[in-house]
Design a protein around this ligand. Structure first.
Ligand code: MG
Length: 315
């Protein structure tokens, strides 16, 4: 089924091309698989979220102002249009979709009946910039990055004045309280907890139009009460980068977007290997029946690759 507009289901296969930096990386791959392109015709894909209960992926086409749904059985269709220029997404502990929106500069939750609940759009009385990526911790708290990319042009939102520095926040969904958890970034972007939630990874992708920023993934220790961050340090520099979005596998390896595909990084910060993708990759997630299928948002397309690895299940 074709999506109205430009996005459409496709079925293309590319020979698996990879580079192992460490020998054991080859065991993470399945050598009778290929990289599959499932959807094409988007402008900038982001924010893939797996729904095992309906065996589908939702992902954003940010400039297309839509969230696209793909399933093996039905192919691509429009899930939401307009999407308020939705970017990153995840599911909360109850399985509800949580989305970062550039258009309304907010983080929202989609309820079971389809209504959309505002979770956060202001901090200290000022409007957020353009929430970018989001994760939900096992205690239900919602952690998100707030760079300015969505308000710097009219392409992925609406150009507007920036009111706040680009920070990382923790939102308590029970009362909407926002807590500032990191204020040391030029532009924080991707965000993911380690499987045991003792660490939080956040990428620095740099202020728009500023090429002088050092781009890398940083790591923090999560405080014992699970509410604050400590001991910030540089974890790994993805090259060619930047690391826009990433997720952990069951062993705590980080599978990150990169300009040449997907990089797999050990919990020690060592590059284990690269899977090459024909387009620049912005984000990815684990899905499929066994969480062993990587869904990859690469510029105009949604790709997938079966791995001999499973995504981290939440504690
Ligand atoms: Mg992002």
């Amino acid at each position: 089924m074709n999506v109205p507009g430009t996005a459409q289901s496709v079925s293309e296969r590319f020979e698996l091309r990879f580079k192992a930096e460490r020998p054991h990386f080859t065991r993470y791959l399945l050598h009778n698989t290929s990289l599959e392109r499932l959807v094409s015709g988007c402008r900038w894909t982001e924010g893939p979220v797996w729904f095992g209960d309906s065996a589908c992926v939702l992902f954003s086409d940010i400039p297309g102002n839509r969230i696209v749904r793909w399933s093996e059985a039905e192919g691509a269709s429009i899930y939401r249009h307009p999407s308020d220029f939705a970017n990153g997404g995840t599911r909360d502990r109850e399985g509800r979709l949580v989305s970062c929106l550039h258009g309304t500069r907010a983080v929202v939750r989609t309820e079971y009946d389809g209504t959309v609940t505002l979770l956060a759009d202001r901090y200290s009385g000022k409007q957020l910039n353009s929430p970018n990526d989001v994760v939900v911790k096992s205690d239900g708290s919602i952690w998100f990055t707030d760079p300015h990319y969505g308000i710097m042009s009219d392409y992925e939102g609406y150009r507007a004045e920036q009111e706040l520095p680009c920070n990382v926040y923790r939102c308590d969904p029970s009362d909407g309280t926002l807590t500032l958890v990191a204020d040391t970034f030029a532009c924080p972007n991707g965000i993911a907890f380690s499987p045991d939630e003792k660490r939080l990874y956040v990428s620095e992708t740099g202020a728009m139009f500023d090429e002088s920023t050092t781009r890398h993934i940083r790591v923090f220790d999560v405080s014992a009460d699970g509410r604050a961050l400590r001991n910030e340090r540089v974890f790994h520099t993805v090259s060619p980068g930047p690391a826009d979005g990433f997720r952990c596998d069951e062993d705590g390896n980080i599978w990150s977007s990169a300009a040449d595909g997907v990089h797999c990084i050990s919990p020690d910060g060592e590059l284990l290997g690269t899977v090459f993708v024909p387009e620049l990759v912005a984000n990815l997630t684990f899905g499929g029946r066994a969480l062993n299928r990587l869904f990859i948002c690469g510029t105009s397309s949604l790709y997938s690759l079966f791995l001999n690895r499973r995504g981290a299940r939440r504690p």
